[in-house]
Design a protein around this ligand. Structure first.
Ligand SMILES: CC(=O)N[C@H]1[C@@H](OP(=O)(O)OP(=O)(O)OC[C@H]2O[C@@H](n3ccc(=O)[nH]c3=O)[C@H](O)[C@@H]2O)O[C@H](CO)[C@@H](O)[C@@H]1O[C@H](C)C(=O)N[C@@H](C)C(=O)N[C@H](CCC(=O)O)C(=O)O
Ligand SMILES: Nc1ncnc2c1ncn2[C@@H]1O[C@H](COP(=O)(O)OP(=O)(O)OP(=O)(O)O)[C@@H](O)[C@H]1O
Length: 495
């Protein structure tokens, strides 16, 4: 593609130098630049991509996208906002790949990964080749790729969507984080269906207030239908949780058709007669395309919401309800989400990714329902992230647990002991007896201790890391998997 063609996609851009040169690829990381690439200089949150333009030039970059003109002898496209320009250019360079498949996006504080997994399963069972993008991985065509973030940068996103489309993927279901929406990572992506799970406190280190956080999520719904798609014309759907207060805010913003799902309030897809056991969850569902009784192997009322969101999206893709039921009933669960570590021990050990106040409360309520004895909770809070949730999570843990072992969960550059103290502040504020909790910096030690203390009928909940196989301490990435540590602790216990 010619540089001038790319430049013309950006309304307010100015092109300096020879626009007739051929651009062979786009890059935003100088370390990946190959001869012929257009290097996009992003002013980052930590370093400024403009500083790496000389390195990109020496690796053969043939042109630059800049927010300020650089003293480098290469053609340059001058823009106001290069992150925004990157989303437009990536979409143009890869020829709007999202318009070549059905795009289903899921946003919300909790439940994104689970919901995308359920939709992927239903669509694949229905013989629709489906791609998945999210926190755990990206996968399509039988290959899975590890993901550094929940939602990729626009360049990586459009590149991946293009690859999916070229390999015959017909539908892509992806998680859309609030960071991604705020940074325009999915700008220009042609979503057919935008799903909202729920909005509760998280990421206030980045969004500052709940209003800003909600506004970021709102971008998903306000933009839905704004993408000019030359390849297809079809209806757009906003699938909203009728039981979450933020849904009316999103409904008011979107031009798309609103379809709701829920349990407590009137909804187009509504569950009733919910029954939860340690083995699974069953419910009755009324939809705009009939009704059914569904038994999930996943536990927790929150998974009923995730299933309802998936049912709604699949019905909108014309999958028969009976087929949706069959697929949902076959899903064994999602890695690290209320995952049982079962070595035949007389007490239950559950690993869960809950790392938000609401997520922790939901999973604790769930385990409380099937615990025949005490609930022993091991959890912590991440470093360099939303600090306001720490005391809140302390309070929630105490509300539902008999014993709490507060420990480390990716302290990153912070002092792990100081994070534990922040959590303890919530326990102190609620006058939780000192005998009911311990602060143990070493996560392995905390898990081993909880398991050693469990009696028959008890539940040990290890929350926060779920599927993660590492612990981020200082600048180091150390191998750590809650499930393996728990397994070893159960086996190592003498009784
Ligand atoms: C706050 C945030 O979102 N930051 C993202 C942002 O970082 P940044 O702008 O600071 O990048 P930077 O490191 O300063 O680099 C600036 C530019 O210089 C370039 N560079 C840098 C070094 C070099 O040698 N050469 C070079 O060209 C970089 O490639 C980049 O283009 O752009 C980077 C490159 O794309 C991302 O990796 C980074 O995500 C960081 C790692 C992150 O933690 N993001 C989190 C907050 C996030 O996005 N989370 C959400 C949701 C999670 C959830 O729901 O739980 C997600 O979608 O994952
Ligand atoms: N619908 C829901 N409502 C509330 N909590 C939920 C819901 N679904 C899952 N959870 C809780 O949140 C945890 C994370 O679930 P999941 O990975 O599906 O969410 P997510 O939105 O993808 O999270 P993240 O964006 O942080 O990756 C689960 O382990 C569970 O404890």
């Amino acid at each position: 593609m010619k540089l001038e063609e790319l430049s013309s996609c950006l309304a307010a851009a100015r092109l300096y130098g020879n626009g007739g040169i051929e651009i062979t690829d786009l890059q935003a990381d100088s370390r990946r630049v190959k001869p012929g690439d257009l290097f996009i200089c992003l002013p980052g949150f930590t370093v400024d991509g403009h500083d790496f333009a000389p390195q990109a030039a020496s690796s053969g970059a043939s042109a630059l996208v800049v927010e300020r003109k650089l003293e480098i002898d290469l053609p340059q496209i001058l823009v106001d906002d290069s992150r925004f320009a990157m989303s437009v250019l990536s979409n143009a360079f890869f020829k709007s790949p999202s318009s070549r498949m059905k795009m289903i996006g899921v946003t919300g504080t909790n439940g994104k990964t689970t919901t995308t997994y359920l939709i992927e399963r239903i669509m694949e069972d229905h013989d629709v080749k489906t791609g998945l993008i999210g926190t755990i991985q990206m996968r399509y065509g039988g290959v899975s790729y590890p993901m550094p973030r929940t939602t990729p940068e626009s360049l990586e996103l459009q590149r991946s969507l293009n690859d999916m489309a070229s390999k015959g993927v017909q539908c892509c279901v992806m998680e859309v984080s609030s960071h991604a929406l705020e940074q325009g990572r999915v700008k220009g992506t042609d979503f057919r269906t935008a799903i909202f799970t729920n909005l509760t406190q998280d990421h206030l280190d980045y969004h500052h207030t709940m209003e800003e956080y909600r506004a970021a999520k709102g971008l998903f719904f306000s933009r839905l239908g704004n993408v000019i798609s030359p390849w297809k014309e079809e209806r757009k759907y906003a699938v909203l949780n009728a039981d979450d207060a933020a849904s009316s805010y999103f409904a008011a913003q979107t031009a798309a058709e609103v379809i709701t799902y829920g349990i407590d309030n009137e909804a187009n897809v509504r569950a009733s007669q919910i029954s939860i056991t340690a083995k699974g969850t069953s419910f009755h569902v009324d939809t705009f395309k009939g009704e059914a009784d569904i038994s999930l192997k996943m536990v927790g009322k929150f998974n009923v919401y995730n299933a309802l969101a998936a049912i709604t999206a699949a019905l909108l893709e014309e999958v028969p309800l009976a087929d949706i039921k069959a697929s949902l009933e076959a899903v064994p669960g999602v890695s690290g989400r209320v995952e049982s570590v079962d070595e035949g021990q007389p007490y239950a050990v559950v690993v869960d990714y809950a790392h938000t106040p609401d997520g922790l409360e939901n999973v604790l309520r769930t385990v409380r329902e099937f615990a025949e004895g005490k609930v022993l909770t091991v959890f912590g809070c991440g470093g360099d992230r939303d600090r306001t949730k720490r005391p809140l999570m302390g309070k929630i843990s105490a509300r539902y647990s008999d014993l709490i072992l507060v420990t480390s969960d990716n302290p990153r550059t912070e002092d792990p002991a100081a994070i534990l103290k922040d959590i303890e502040a919530g326990l102190i504020e609620d006058s939780v007896d000192r005998s009911r909790y311990e602060l143990i910096v070493d996560r392995r030690e905390a898990i081993v201790k909880a398991i050693d203390m469990a009696s028959p009928g008890d539940v040990v909940l290890i929350a926060g890391k779920g599927h993660e196989t590492y612990q981020l301490i200082g600048g180091a990435v150390l191998d750590f998997d809650d499930r393996i540590v728990a397994q070893e602790a159960i086996r190592g216990r003498s009784h």
